[in-house]
Ligand binder design. Structure first.
Ligand SMILES: [Zn+2]
Length: 510
């Protein structure tokens, strides 16, 4: 049914206080077909605006903004929110892989559903899920995740993780720390125990599995669902794996999503193995482009590498909460924006954030860079932070021309905020209110792909209470809820030792 939102205010960069007042938005199918000063009339549409077959939303007191997009998360970590602290990424990964157990398809369904529920209720309409699975990939697991996103109503892109060579293990060998028998070495990245077999053919088989899965799911649910390739990280893939991944992504008109120098250990391990940075390596291989998204990108620092991002159109995804929690570092967001690089934002997984709240992520992105730059005029503006979550997110989903702004012809992903809520009163400036004030508490209605998925603060698609109850009950059996076994603890200790050795070396300029 077409939807008419009447007499709302609309986020608009050209309007006073960034708010065009008293507007109406007409949605037909999955697109905005008209938007303008209320009331809309026959000039705007041939649709009968008096028809009973038109759903009217009273927009008075509401601000319409483009639905927010999280361009990086890991839905399986939803089980682990708030479970860790005071660990940098490498020991944290050992804890994660050593204690997560192997999920059933139902676990993946519930984790993705809970991620979608939190996002939608918080005004986030789109998610890019870099999906991991602690075991060999199979269709049941992949399909369960897609089904959760289909059922929830969110716009979702799923990029399953895999790898074929761990250059961090090689760095460990060189430093005299054998991580190969650890939870890290056995499970890392591709979450599979037999690396040699993998190199001998499992990578090809895995990509064949993804090929068939993409054939079935890419563009489903009226274009709301997408499938990307998700090579785990720059330090976990061979050159061959990068080429095969991007080729397969492009075959489906999909993107490639890959962790990129989140930590100094990763940057060190890649430079040690290849004698060049990950960005130089990818540029030399010709595997950077606007269809490549690079979550974290914290240790992209040289002018030459930043220029390479700008020249190729690759999209770094900033995850400020996870980078703070794991102490990874601050992405060079100002230097990227100044070069015209498109930056997207992500919440990251709930084991390193630990929420799935895009307003929280916007707020952090708008604030944390102030610490790095003494010159206040270079700080990230409220508008830049919000637009990274809208226009940046749209670009990350390869929907740059279709999402991220409220205009006729755009896909109808709209969040309507109650401007009379305590957090938004008074609305002095829309950019400032969205970046610094909003917590998600003002979210009233959410529309995704022309469907109302949150109405009056309640999800219309899933039985939230039933899903949450099952989700909480199932987590009890997972290993991380029980005391650490001696081997995992030893593996974590070994990884700390390795981490300190690398940090000593990078401090000396290696
Ligand atoms: Zn991640």
């Amino acid at each position: 049914m077409p939807i008419l939102i009447e007499h709302c205010d609309v986020l608009n960069a050209n309007a006073p206080r960034a708010m065009a007042v008293d507007q109406s938005i007409l949605i037909e199918g999955n697109r905005i077909v008209a938007i303008g000063k209320a009331p809309l009339n026959a000039q705007h549409t041939t649709l009968n605006l008096q028809s009973p077959a038109l759903e009217i939303i009273d927009g008075r007191g509401l601000l319409a903004i483009p639905g927010l997009i999280s361009a990086h998360t890991h839905s399986p970590e939803n089980y682990m929110r708030g479970a860790t602290e005071r660990m940098p990424l490498e020991p944290w990964l050992v804890w994660l892989y050593g204690t997560c157990g192997e999920y059933t398809p139902r676990d993946h369904y519930l984790c993705a559903a809970m991620s979608a529920i939190e996002m939608l209720l918080g005004g986030c309409t789109g998610s890019l899920d870099h999906l991991w699975h602690a075991g060999p990939w199979n269709r049941a697991v992949l399909d369960a995740t897609m089904e959760a996103y289909r059922d929830s109503g969110i716009r979702a892109t799923v990029a399953p993780m895999y790898d074929d060579h761990d250059y961090v293990l090689d760095a460990g060998d060189a430093l005299g720390v054998d991580l190969r028998g650890s939870a890290y070495g056995l499970a890392h990245g591709g979450y599979r125990p037999d690396r040699e077999a993998y190199r001998a053919g499992v990578l090809r088989d895995t990509l064949d599995l993804f090929d068939a899965w993409m054939e079935d799911w890419h563009g489903q649910a009226d274009g709301r669902l997408q499938t990307f390739l998700g090579p785990a990280a720059g330090q976990l893939v061979s050159d061959n794996c990068l080429h095969m991944s991007l080729d397969l992504a492009r075959k489906h008109g999909a993107g490639m999503h890959m962790h990129c120098v989140e930590t100094r250990v990763q940057d060190y391990s890649i430079r040690r193995a290849f004698g060049k940075t990950i960005i130089q390596r990818m540029a030399d291989l010709g595997v950077l482009g606007p269809d490549v998204t690079l979550p974290h990108s914290v240790w992209i620092r040289s002018a030459a590498d930043l220029d390479r991002l700008a020249e190729t159109g690759a999209i770094p995804v900033h995850n400020p909460a996870a980078n703070l929690k794991l102490g990874s570092g601050l992405m060079a967001m100002r230097e990227m924006l100044d070069r015209g690089v498109t930056v997207a934002l992500g919440v990251d997984g709930a084991c390193s954030n630990d929420n799935q709240d895009m307003f929280d992520t916007i707020r952090l992105a708008a604030l944390i860079h102030n610490l790095k730059h003494p010159e206040a005029s270079t700080w990230i503006s409220a508008r830049e932070a919000v637009e990274a979550a809208t226009l940046g997110g749209a670009a990350a989903l390869l929907m740059r021309d279709q999402l991220g702004r409220l205009e006729a012809g755009q896909l109808a992903d709209i969040t309507l905020l109650d401007v009379n809520s305590p957090v938004l009163s008074p609305m002095n400036d829309a950019w400032g209110a969205l970046a610094y004030c909003e917590t998600g508490r003002s979210v009233k209605h959410v529309i995704v792909n022309g469907q109302i998925v949150v109405r009056d603060g309640r999800l219309t698609t899933l039985d939230v209470d039933a899903i949450a109850q099952e989700f909480r009950a199932r987590v009890e059996r997972l290993p991380f809820r029980h005391p650490l076994d001696a081997k995992t603890q030893r593996d974590i200790d070994d990884c700390w030792r390795f981490w300190r050795l690398v940090m000593e070396r990078v401090a000396q300029g290696e």
